[in-house]
Design a protein around this ligand. Structure first.
Ligand SMILES: CCCCCCCCCC/C=C\CCCCCC(=O)SCCNC(=O)CCNC(=O)[C@H](O)C(C)(C)COP(=O)(O)OP(=O)(O)OC[C@H]1O[C@@H](n2cnc3c(N)ncnc32)[C@H](O)[C@@H]1OP(=O)(O)O
Ligand SMILES: Cc1cc2nc3c(=O)[nH]c(=O)nc-3n(C[C@H](O)[C@H](O)[C@H](O)COP(=O)(O)OP(=O)(O)OC[C@H]3O[C@@H](n4cnc5c(N)ncnc54)[C@H](O)[C@@H]3O)c2cc1C
Length: 639
């Protein structure tokens, strides 16, 4: 069957208003309209072509990225795009570049940690891209005194960096502070005296993150003017005297809170993209299972395919909504900080760190699962999945290794529990710890599978599991005379308690979303199905936790799994429409397997012929290597 919409019959099955779901996914009608317009603008411009990336050498690839970044900037100015539209344009260009760090970290670091005066000096230059900045924190070895290693944009492009380094005055070490440092000449781009800078080399995957110039940086007697130390949190006077403002020192790490929040939103984009590809292809692909000469089964109808795919579909929606909430939390904490209220900073730090860890880990694993769900074709670059995986997987490491971040959450949980004794009532995402006595002894009263559809039942099971795991850790910690030794010894259990707490946050924010007014025929109902799939899938996967803490019985675990199977059947007719609601263009998806019209096979066949190896029928190297080998075998055979 050539042309036409090969997925039309699937689209007809939808039991909800897809256009209304698109608005829910985008966050608002305005966000949808901006996203829709800008994604089509990018898709229709041949300058943003990206299907050749895996074929390019590193140098070609990098130059191509510079060309796209410059062209994108030109279009942003010509079209007078707003900040929101410009950032969407960079998003849909879909190519990691130095601009991510300039806009995503350099500017926010100056905004968050610079004084008014410093902001007035540096921000206009950065907004006009008259200087290009990066964020240099990580070291080659340990400490903040060796070489900077990894910062994106540093290797070849940035003219400036926010560098984190130890501040020593009068022989006294005041710890790590941020400094704006000029790295390269604004005339000929050569490194300034005393500065050694370069790219750190090829990274995982063809194309992928190699469009980014992650760099190395060394200083040899480089003088940084005093007023280039970011001085909102602490200051050094002209006389060299060190002082601190009346704000917590942790604000030095404020940029990380901001970026981790954007990384959670980004996880839902990457996961939804992979899920869209795997879902559409699973509806196109038929394999075995035919009876009486009828058509073979669509692989999406296999229960095993559903049990691997639908939890990922549900996770994409769950991450979207928790990302929305996290954005609200970040805005709230920022407003409070401006009014000198620092009380919610520890919670904002714990939430951004923990959710960054959970969502990136699930997304990286999810993309790989989607590749397997597409069988052999998933391994082709033209499926879009190998590159997506290679680009995405460092998110588990950058902006804080995921395990290190979970340990930060665990510290916060232990501290919250220890403060209960002094009567401090926990609020926000730890409010449930206030009912710890109830949660330690409550019994789940599920008696039949449908009981698992009640939000209050799900919430209590997740709260009890999280509280019991944290309390067990706290009890074990109290047996150690040296708390740090105890923390190190029990770190494996603490990480598991942190995961349980963060999963509870995601589940509860999905449930809260469903309590809002959501317009559109059948939209809320479908989201309800996805919410239950997400929660019961987690419960099934981590049933060991729920059983060993006595939160549920083996019978109740069995009933949860039974309900999950029923939910997969409810999601099945809506699966294609649920991924259409992401509103991705074929350009952004970058996948033959995921193309909107489902016309996969002719496109795969055509794409194969475009591979440079097929430029000639007889390959280069045949005369040199293959022909002599064949001739020699011929001679041996004759002997
Ligand atoms: C494909 C197109 C992409 C488009 C994407 C769009 C997105 C755009 C953004 C760009 C995105 C991606 C690009 C890649 C960017 C990558 C950038 C980086 O990786 S930058 C480097 C980041 N490095 C880390 O994250 C290091 C991880 N380690 C930590 O976070 C450590 O905590 C620390 C180094 C900050 C501090 O360590 P230490 O000195 O040992 O202190 P403690 O950990 O004991 O903490 C002391 C105290 O502070 C609290 N704390 C810690 N961090 C924070 C924080 N961020 N905010 C607030 N508070 C914090 C901690 O809880 C402790 O509190 P106590 O009350 O004392 O317990
Ligand atoms: C693609 C990419 C882009 C990046 N961009 C930037 C950038 O723009 N700017 C920048 O400054 N940095 C950047 N980074 C660096 C990144 O932030 C660090 O790699 C990250 O914070 C992890 O630190 P590390 O590499 O030192 O890992 P390590 O800390 O050495 O981790 C190694 C292992 O040790 C474990 N571990 C470490 N500490 C502990 C602990 N306390 N307890 C238990 N286990 C522990 C970890 O879990 C991990 O398994 C980037 C990295 C990548 C991969």
């Amino acid at each position: 069957m050539e042309g036409g919409d090969h997925l039309a019959h699937e689209r007809k099955k939808a039991q909800f208003d897809v256009e209304a779901m698109k608005i829910v996914w985008a966050g608002s009608r305005h966000a949808f309209e901006v996203s829709d317009r800008i994604s089509k603008l990018v898709a229709s411009d041949p300058a943003f072509r990206k299907d050749n990336r895996p074929m390019l050498s590193r140098k070609e690839l990098f130059k191509n990225t510079l060309r796209k970044a410059a062209y994108a900037w030109k279009r942003i100015i010509e079209l007078r795009l707003s900040e929101e539209e410009a950032s969407k344009l960079r998003f849909y260009v879909d190519e990691p570049a130095f601009t991510d760090l300039h806009w995503g970290m350099f500017l926010p670091a100056i905004k968050g940690q610079g004084t008014e005066e410093q902001q007035q000096k540096w921000l206009p230059l950065a907004y006009k891209m008259q200087i290009i900045g990066c964020y240099a924190q990580t070291e080659l070895g340990h400490g903040s005194n060796s070489s900077k290693w990894w910062p994106g944009g540093l290797g070849k492009i940035s003219t400036h960096a926010v560098v984190y380094a130890r501040l020593i005055t009068d022989g006294q070490d005041h710890g790590v502070h941020g400094f704006i440092v000029q790295l390269r000449s604004l005339d000929d781009h050569s490194p300034l005296p005393g500065i050694t800078v370069g790219d750190i080399g090829m990274k995982f995957g063809n194309g992928a993150y190699n469009t980014m110039d992650n760099g190395v940086l060394r200083f040899d007697h480089v003088r940084i003017p005093r007023d280039q130390m970011l001085m909102k949190v602490s200051q050094v006077s002209r006389e060299g005297k060190y002082s601190q403002s009346n704000v917590p020192r942790q604000l030095v790490y404020g940029t990380m809170v901001f970026v981790r929040q954007t990384i959670v939103a980004d996880a839902s984009c990457a996961l939804s993209r992979a899920v869209c590809i795997a879902t559409r292809y699973s509806a196109v692909r038929r394999q075995f299972g035919s009876q009486n000469g009828g058509p073979e089964t669509q692989v999406i109808d296999y229960k095993t395919q559903q049990s691997r795919l639908f939890p990922l579909l549900a996770s994409a929606y769950a991450f979207r909504f928790v990302g929305e909430w996290l954005k609200w939390l970040y805005t709230d904490v920022t407003q409070r900080l401006q009014a000198n209220d620092f009380s919610t900073l520890p919670e904002a730090h714990a939430c951004t760190a923990g959710l960054k860890s959970l969502t990136t880990a699930a997304t990286a694993d999810g993309i790989e699962e989607c590749r397997k769900l597409c069988g052999g074709h998933g391994y082709l670059c033209s499926s879009g999945l190998p590159e997506l995986f290679a680009v995405y997987v460092p998110a588990c490491t950058y902006e804080g290794d995921n395990t290190v971040l979970l340990l930060q959450v665990a510290r916060f949980l232990v501290k919250t529990l220890s403060q209960l004794g002094s009567g401090k009532q926990p609020v926000g995402t730890t409010a449930y710890m206030g009912q710890v006595e109830h949660l330690m002894q409550c019994h789940c009263n599920v008696q039949k599978a449908e009981d698992w559809l009640k939000p209050a039942v799900i919430l209590e099971a997740f709260e009890a599991r999280s509280a019991r795991m944290s309390v067990a850790c706290a009890k074990n910690l109290s047996k150690f005379t040296n708390p740090e030794e105890g923390f190190a010894e029990l770190s494996g259990d603490l990480v598991e308690a942190a995961i349980a707490h963060c999963q509870l946050i995601i589940v509860s924010k999905f449930i809260e979303k469903l309590q809002q007014d959501i317009p559109g025929k059948g939209v809320k109902q479908q989201l309800g199905v996805l919410c239950n799939i997400y929660a019961l899938f987690l419960l099934h996967k981590h049933q060991g936790d729920f059983l060993s803490t006595g939160c549920i019985t083996p019978k109740q675990a069995y009933l949860a799994n039974e309900q999950l199977r029923a939910l997969y059947s409810q999601a099945r007719p809506n699966a294609i429409a649920l991924v259409d609601a992401f509103n991705y263009t074929d350009h952004y998806l970058g996948s033959i397997l995921g193309c909107y019209d489902g016309n996969v096979y002719p496109k795969l066949y055509e794409a194969a012929w475009k591979d440079p190896l097929n430029d000639s029928v007889v390959p280069d190297g045949y005369r040199e290597y293959i022909w002599p080998m064949l001739k020699q075998q011929l001679r041996t055979a004759r002997l």
